[in-house]
Design a protein around this ligand. Structure first.
Ligand code: ZN
Length: 378
């Protein structure tokens, strides 16, 4: 394809290869809600109706739409995006390539009726082909969280009523998910000579967590920077950060798999909250890093889900918890939504289940307390 701007244009077959098997994720990131993406008749995300549409994917994003008795339409995920957003074929191909991180430079993705901004991990201009090598280099500098070098992390967790031995007992496979870095450089963007530049401000001990996609692939790592003595999170503008994403992956749907999903699975925003719920209830809990990502979580299909959402003054915790709850309910999945009843103490922005754990211990999670502490149990 001729290219005036110097952008790299992947071929259509490259785009289709990269997209294979990931269409639900791609389509959600490009504005098609998850509830449409199932192999059952229902309304069409493009032309409405009540039961004219079905999505059977087959790794190609395949769909059928009877268009309400007009000429039936079917095709792959690219055709579906055209049907829903009215994009031309090349606009659609560009949007999918951008979503998969296959293009560089300015996005030429077309405007959409409901296109959310693609989730990007950081503002770093790093190229996707570098990410895999960087994440690997970071990972080999870490030790298991059980290691004696991880004392600052043990002290930090103790201060949150999360004794390391109890935490390790809940996470038999922690080696592959959570790691400790003794002195991780902390970067911030600074202005120098009128230009933005990434600068190392200091080094801190850090908890490193692997973020895994809904289909089990590594997406990126999450960092929690700690004070050097482990007495709290590091006193920096953003003590929690994500690395850029691995090529061809998406944050949407992903989580940190602290423990295998057995019998039931909890989900929460933060790592510490997830650990608190695990210690209190014994259920495995996967943190999704943020309220927004909790709302987009795609859980494994074989277990009932308990959403341990946050009660937050701004409402984001409850909002995204309910988004996830309603999506799973529509899919007829067994699901429960747990929100602390509050009230939110003066001077605090929110109450989460880690706060309940610190304040009330296991008692805060017993059935008799749920009714008092939880705004709604579905
Ligand atoms: Zn349609």
């Amino acid at each position: 394809m001729p290219c005036k701007t110097g952008r790299r244009h992947p071929s259509l077959s490259d785009i289709k290869d990269a997209a294979r098997g990931q269409w639900p994720d791609i389509l959600m990131r490009l504005g098609i809600p998850a509830e449409y993406l199932r192999n059952r008749h229902g309304p069409c995300p493009g032309c409405g109706g009540t039961d004219r549409f079905r999505f059977d994917d087959r790794e190609e994003g395949r769909f059928f739409c009877s268009q309400g008795g007009g000429d039936a339409l079917s095709g792959d995920g690219l055709t579906l995006l055209g049907h829903v957003h009215g994009w031309t074929f090349s606009q659609t191909a560009n949007a999918v390539a951008d979503t998969l991180g296959m293009t560089e430079g300015n996005s030429s993705a077309p405007p959409a009726r409901s296109r959310p901004r693609p989730v990007s991990a950081t503002k770093s201009p790093e190229r996707t082909q570098d990410v895999q090598a960087k994440l690997h280099a970071l990972w080999v500098e870490t030790v298991p969280i059980s290691h004696h070098d991880a004392q600052p992390l043990h002290d930090y967790l103790s201060s949150r009523m999360l004794p390391i031995d109890d935490v390790l007992a809940m996470m038999p496979e922690h080696h592959s998910t959570l790691r400790f870095h003794p002195n991780l450089p902390y970067f911030e963007e600074v202005m120098e000579g009128g230009k933005p530049r990434m600068k190392v401000l200091d080094e801190f001990p850090a908890l490193i967590a692997l973020v895994t996609s809904h289909d089990g692939r590594p997406v990126t790592v999450h960092r929690t920077y700690l004070r050097k003595d482990g007495s709290g999170k590091a006193d920096v503008p953003s003590p929690r950060k994500l690395y850029p994403l691995m090529p061809g992956t998406a944050l949407s749907g992903s989580a940190i798999r602290l423990s295998p999903a057995v019998k039931r699975l909890g989900t929460a925003e933060g790592i510490e909250t997830a650990m608190s719920v695990m210690l209190a209830t014994g259920m495995p809990v996967w943190p999704c890093v943020s309220a927004n990502m909790l709302g987009k979580f795609i859980p494994p299909s074989n277990v009932p889900i308990v959403i341990w959402a946050e009660l937050d003054r701004a409402g984001a915790g409850q909002h995204w918890g309910e988004i996830l709850y309603r999506r799973l309910k529509k899919l007829e999945r067994p699901v429960r939504l747990m929100i602390p009843a509050g009230p939110i103490p003066d001077g605090k922005k929110s109450v989460d289940w880690a706060d309940v754990w610190v304040e009330h211990g296991r008692e805060g999670f017993t059935e008799s307390w749920w009714r008092r502490l939880i705004g709604r149990v579905a």
